[in-house]
Write a protein that binds this ligand. Sequence first.
Ligand code: SAH
Length: 398
Amino acid sequence: MSRHPPDSSQLPRVVISVRGAQRLREGHVWVYRSDIVSDGSATPGALVEIVDGRGKTLGTALYSSASQIAIRFLSRERVDDLEKLVRQRICQAVAYRERVVHDTDAYRVVFSEADFLPGLIVDRYNDIVSFQVLTQGMDSGPARKALVSELSEQLHPEAIAERVDPKIRELERLPARSSGLVHGDKSTTVFSMNGVKFHYDALLGQKTGAFLDQRENYAATAQYARGEALDVCCYQGGFALHLAKSCSRVTGVDSSRPALEVADRNAELNGKEIEWIEANAFDLLRDYAAAGQQYDTVILDPPAFAKSKRDLDTALRGYKELNLRALKMLRPGGILATCSCSYHVSQADFLQVVAEAACDVHKSLRILESRPQAKDHPILLNVPETAYLKCLIMHVTL
Ligand code: SAH
């Protein structure tokens, strides 16, 4: 007997395998293309009804004709109006941030799957809101219309900017677009977090701008930091500027000159003296460690070394190398804050690599704090992929 209400034929019905259905029942939100039995002739980005092999409806999802992740789950309920759903979910996302975000006017407003808006990233930098669309569903007319008008209504920004990732648009088979303002004409501003000020340019920078996911880790690390500090892979100075409050000398290292130019302007904005060095972190740490250079605080926040599972071994070698050199240079009583933003490197893998590095340099470390990404980048309990950032703050004991 069919369990579908009579009007259910309006949405394409995508039939999924037992394995795909099991995944959704376990609380995950993705179904891979290999688990699609029949796509119900769904068009790119369409709202679809998800049905298991026995004809039981599991909920509503967005369909992608290009991604290996063919189905991104939206709701156990039936959804006919995507515009209305996107508006509601943005409201809920904003309300959640009102509870968990403090001491900043810059934070992630929408974090894709973790806010049940798969493929939509929204960041707020004071009076500028910046968004990125990563899936066919979120690129559709109703979703775009809802997102721009709801963000305006909820956050009253001076400007809204779209940040395009051309590679992702190509992979998702979306028409090319360019980055730019979609509302207002202001593209630069100053935002602040934990009492530290930063320049923001909606049309420049990596990702959607700053690395907001480290906001709580900056504050936590600054509590312990002291003496001479080295911030490795400093980008626009996130950690370095926080450390400058309590450290006697701070040096930031990054391979990106444009990032360091902003870092320097940020230091000036905060009235701090910080030395910025443009270098490859691996080369610089090797040379400094060999030369016997010493520090009281070292931050390691490299880019994601493992972009896929295949890169895991190389990534672990990279983390080991950086941590080893950093530990060599840390004085007794020193502080190491070491991070990994690779989802494919698990917490256990990361701890093991740092433990091996400590062992190799004959040092004993205490874990002061083991921290994830900031709470405005929520982690969904049943979707492990939403937990990606690891930040270990450690004390060199012996
Ligand atoms: N700590 C920063 C974020 C770091 S993101 C913050 O809190 O804002 C990673 C940074 O590593 C980027 O700025 C990138 O330019 C830099 N990077 C990548 N490869 C590098 C390398 N081999 N040596 C030095 N910096 C590198």
